[in-house]
Design a protein around this ligand. Sequence first.
Ligand code: PEP
Ligand code: MN
Length: 369
Amino acid sequence: MAQESKKADNPLCVLNPAFSRPLVIAGPCSAETEEQTLGTARALAAHGIKVFRAGIWKPRTRPNSFEGVGAIGLQWLRKVKQDTGMLIATEVANAKHVYEALKAGVDILWIGARTTVNPFAVQEIADALAGVDIPVLVKNPVSPDLDLWIGALERLQKAGIIRLGAIHRGFTTHETTHFRNSPHWQIAIDLKKRMPAVPVITDPSHISGDRRLVYGVAQEAMDLQLDGLMIEAHIAPGEALSDANQQVTPDELDAILKRLVLRAPDVADKKFHYTLDELRAQVDLLDKDIITKLAKRMDISEEMGRIKKKSNVTILQPSRWDQILHERQALGLSKGLSEEFMTRLLNAIHEESIAHQNLIMNVNQSRDG
Ligand code: PEP
Ligand code: MN
């Protein structure tokens, strides 16, 4: 029931009531040629895809990469629309892109991750859209900053855009992970909490950066009750001029979507709830235990800060930290915890521990001289 009313409030579903969860948007990273664009679109339409994406102005991290075909691609997108009946979506990064896309009859616009980080650019797009009723999707900024993401959505809301959506495409990280961009699922979940009427569409292609990992990310998005998927698909992914490693063929996309298991958020089964409550109680106790132990560890760090201060020794001894990292990582690994998680966990503990020692070392600093 709750799910139904949420659906009715979902501004992108208003776009077409036939769209049920997940809302799927698929198409190549970039429109490269008319044949590639139309060939990909026809194959996707044959698999029942209703919304086609293709970038024509491509913000690339490094110069000398393929930067998109530009406005000519809009004509190919129009042909896709006429030919297949699919809605067409493209990325806009400034007012000129907005005017050209609107003139060409583009149905859905999206703002890219490198644009969302810049409030001036987002405001320029919002101003260009004032008074226009078109769905706009905002990709998360490259940095894990929820307020910046929300700020961009708010700028569009203030310009009168009501059919707003968010695209969760992962976040740049300095850590080495098997993903191109860290999903930080909690940020997407928090966005839904802060803006419940805005559907969140996960982009497993840009999160994973690897076509073999697209299915797993898509399934995780569904299990976290996110609303849709944007997946890059290309008629010949290996030959793609951008993001070749992460694109799938239309047939592969179809197989991924068919394999997805859409689980219900709840069931009316007493035994299920009883068992779940039992397990949740265990988790609650363990979390309490972990937090109490962490607080105790910080008390000991402060004690170390006191003796280091007394003996005029620096907070950080890099060799000790290296030893901790290696030993604990090996222990975590032997217990089935991923190296990525252990690194993040140990770094967080270390940073907090340094903060506690620093507090002790530098308290009364002014009095101490
Ligand atoms: C894209 O969708 O092809 C793209 C450039 O994505 P992002 O803005 O997420 O990097
Ligand atoms: Mn791409």
